[in-house]
Design a protein around this ligand. Structure first.
Ligand SMILES: Nc1ncnc2c1ncn2[C@@H]1O[C@H](COP(=O)(O)OP(=O)(O)OP(=O)(O)O)[C@@H](O)[C@H]1O
Ligand SMILES: Nc1ncnc2c1ncn2[C@@H]1O[C@H](COP(=O)(O)OP(=O)(O)OP(=O)(O)O)[C@@H](O)[C@H]1O
Lengths: 218, 218
């Protein structure tokens, strides 16, 4: 499991911390005690501190962390300072939520590797769903079932679907395969279908099971 | 193209209005003139008005609209009133952004058909991507493929899935079976699964093929 720090527990940060905490070790930070308390039972560790204070931050976050996510909204200063501190502390991957293109440019220039625009991304997805009610991602199968595209792991290359026993071993189903050429699309591949390098498998199953495929040894 | 009204032009509402405007006729509304001006070039129509004012709203929105989206954030009162007005005006599908479970419950009880939690949804997706770098973002199978629930035709009762040869005869796949008791849910039913009267089959395939099953003779 990886160690991730989430700073700023608004709707986005709190939601992220909770989702990640199911599979990783999460440290959740916020300067608002109520928000820290509200999440304390759902993450591995939750602390109240001001992320603008580098000493305070450095006392709980180190370069041993795998990633940090800065999801401080309203205060541009706090969002930027916090990101800078994390870069200095040496956290290898930093993601930051941005409020505008300019905000994003500043965050990138000081070292945030990935910028997130949560509301805009959610808006784009809802637009897709509204424009195409057939969209598979929104199957009413229930929350724990997902449709996901996954790059075929190396362990699957050259193997037929039936030999991989995906349904028996993972409780999953490959609804389609998209090939690297971008044009080949195989719907409901048969059991003898051989998986090739670069294949994208469109899978249905429970989130945990789909993630287990990722951890398939080489 | 459909006619959609988006009320509340924060990050989510503005993003949604712009995405939809590429394919539909969008009316964008906000009580803040600056936000209306900022979006005016990107949507078909943008107006400044207070959504709590039913007369003002009714002068620009009617039951001829296909959908409305209420994406007013901070003001619970405005979000709830606006939703109520839209219900009275007779817009057939209303989606509303909610701030909390309680807010969502209120919106649903007054007639919002779909509730959106944009930041939480974006957080869940980012969590998935962080946990599985193999994961490509959801890509639809394409418009002609559908997921549909159909009531098992009488010709299927008492038959096992493998004996029905659904994949070979119809090019379809049964991803799940929902039983009449409302509680039994069988994901990825096996080939020996016997279909019972009242079963609902969750099928994936081309729309025409799924409809052929419905027309299966008794
Ligand atoms: N200096 C700081 N140190 C730590 N946390 C901070 C600091 N400044 C703000 N925060 C926290 O960041 C969190 C998110 O900020 P805010 O709620 O303003 O953002 P938001 O963009 O509205 O969030 P969301 O859209 O995710 O709900 C808040 O819980 C706030 O307490
Ligand atoms: N009575 C009202 N009539 C019309 N628009 C309104 C009304 N009240 C608020 N709004 C608008 O709703 C928009 C969204 O509200 P606000 O910015 O508070 O939400 P938010 O949740 O922070 O948005 P986002 O997260 O999408 O950025 C604002 O542009 C605001 O001007």
């Amino acid at each position: 499991g990886r160690r991730i720090c989430v700073i700023g527990l608004g709707h986005f940060g709190a939601g992220l911390a909770r989702s990640l905490a199911r599979h990783c070790e999460v440290l959740a930070l916020d300067s608002n005690m109520q928000r820290v308390n509200a999440i304390a039972d759902d993450v591995q560790r939750a602390l109240c501190l001001d992320a603008r204070d580098q000493a305070a931050l450095a006392s709980v976050v180190s370069s041993d962390f795998d990633e940090a996510v800065v999801s401080i909204g309203e205060s541009l200063e706090a969002s930027i300072l916090c990101t800078l501190h994390l870069v200095r502390i040496g956290v290898p991957v930093i993601r930051a939520k941005a409020d505008s293109a300019d905000h994003a440019a500043i965050l990138r220039s000081i070292g945030a590797k990935h910028i997130v625009f949560p509301e805009e991304e959610a808006a784009e997805r809802l637009a897709l769903q509204m424009l195409n009610p057939n969209l598979l991602d929104f199957i009413p199968l229930g929350r724990e079932y997902r449709v996901m595209d996954i790059v075929a792991p190396a362990a699957f290359h050259g193997r037929s679907l039936v030999s991989l026993k995906i349904r028996n071993r993972f409780g999953l189903f490959v609804i389609a395969i998209k090939r690297q050429d971008g044009a080949t699309f195989i719907f409901l591949p048969g059991p003898d279908q051989v998986i090739e390098p670069g294949d994208i498998l469109v899978m249905i199953g429970k989130e945990n099971d789909i993630l287990r495929i990722r951890d398939e040894p080489e």
